[in-house]
Design a protein around this ligand. Structure first.
Ligand SMILES: *[C@@H]1O[C@H](CO)[C@@H](O)[C@H](O)[C@H]1NC(C)=O
Length: 235
C-alpha cells in the first residue's frame, strides 16, 4: 500500500514542478531589513506552515459602505452594519474556493480553515515542496534580538491559476522587526490572550458594530506594539 502512495506523491510533485512555467511573481524584497543576517538555505525536509489569505469577494464595496456609514448626509449615515452585512462583503466567491481547493488537492495539501469567514487557511508542507510550488528560495535568517532563526524567502510567486484568488502568503517575504517588548514570550502571550477577548464596547446586544467598538479596536490597532503579532516565534 505504501508503494503506490509513494508513486502517487512523486507524480504529484512532478506535476507541481511542470506547472512552474506559469508562475507569476507575487512579492519580492530587494534587500534584508536592518539587523537580519542570512544563514543559508532552510533544510529541504523541514516543515513549514503557511497562512494563506484568500481574496474577499468585495472588500472595496465594504470600504465604500463604511465611508458612507460615517459620512453625514449620506443615505447610509449611521446605518451600522451587522455581522451578516460584513460577511456578505468579505466572504469568498465560489471561484476562489474552487481555485484554491483544486490547487491544494492537485498538490496533496490539506488546508485548515483558521478564520471565521474561511478567508484564512493554513497549509503545512516541506520547504522543498513550498520552494517548488511558489518558486521560492527559503533561507534562514538570524537577528541579534530574536532567539529562533526565521525562515523566509526574498521572492515568492503564485501559479497562474491562483492569481486574483490568493492575496497573502505568510510567512514568505515579510520580516517582523523585533521589539524588546515582544522578545519576552511571557509578555507576548499575555498580550495575545488579551486580544482574543472582544472589548466590552463590542459586546452589544444587537450584534452590531458601534462607534465605541470601532474606536476601541482601532486604538488597539494603532498601538505600535500590536502591529506584529509574535506568531513567528510560536511556530
Ligand atoms: C536589539 O534591541 C536593543 C534593545 O532594545 C536595541 O537597542 C537594538 O537596536 C536592537 N538591535 C537591532 C539590530 O535591532
Amino acid at each position: 500500500m505504501a508503494f503506490p502512495k509513494f508513486k502517487l506523491l512523486s507524480f504529484l510533485s512532478i506535476a507541481g514542478v511542470a506547472s512552474a512555467s506559469s508562475m507569476i511573481r507575487h512579492k519580492r524584497r530587494a534587500a534584508l531589513p536592518v539587523g537580519f543576517t542570512r544563514q543559508g538555505a532552510a533544510p529541504a525536509s523541514e516543515m513549514l506552515t503557511l497562512r494563506v489569505g484568500l481574496t474577499s469577494n468585495n472588500i472595496n464595496g465594504l470600504q465604500d459602505r463604511l465611508v458612507s456609514v460615517s459620512t453625514p448626509g449620506s443615505t447610509d449615515f449611521h446605518q451600522w452594519l451587522s455581522m451578516d452585512d460584513v460577511k456578505a462583503y468579505v466572504q469568498l466567491s465560489p471561484s476562489t474556493i474552487d481555485a484554491f481547493n483544486s490547487f491544494a488537492s492537485a498538490n496533496g495539501l490539506q488546508p485548515n480553515v483558521v478564520s471565521p469567514n474561511g478567508d484564512w487557511l493554513s497549509i503545512t508542507l516541506s520547504i522543498s515542496q513550498a520552494t517548488a510550488l511558489f518558486a521560492a528560495n527559503f533561507e534562514q535568517f538570524t537577528h541579534p534580538n530574536i532567539t529562533t532563526p526565521l525562515t523566509r524567502t526574498l521572492s515568492v510567486s503564485l501559479p497562474e491559476e491562483l492569481i486574483g484568488h490568493v492575496e497573502v502568503l505568510h510567512p514568505t517575504t515579510a520580516f517582523n522587526t523585533p521589539t524588546p517588548r515582544l522578545a519576552s514570550s511571557r509578555t507576548a502571550r499575555s498580550r495575545l490572550s488579551r486580544r482574543t477577548i472582544p472589548p466590552d464596547s463590542c459586546l452589544g446586544p444587537e450584534d452590531t458594530i458601534t462607534p465605541a467598538c470601532l474606536q476601541t479596536l482601532y486604538s488597539h490597532a494603532c498601538d505600535p506594539d500590536e502591529q506584529h503579532p509574535p506568531s513567528d516565534r510560536i511556530r
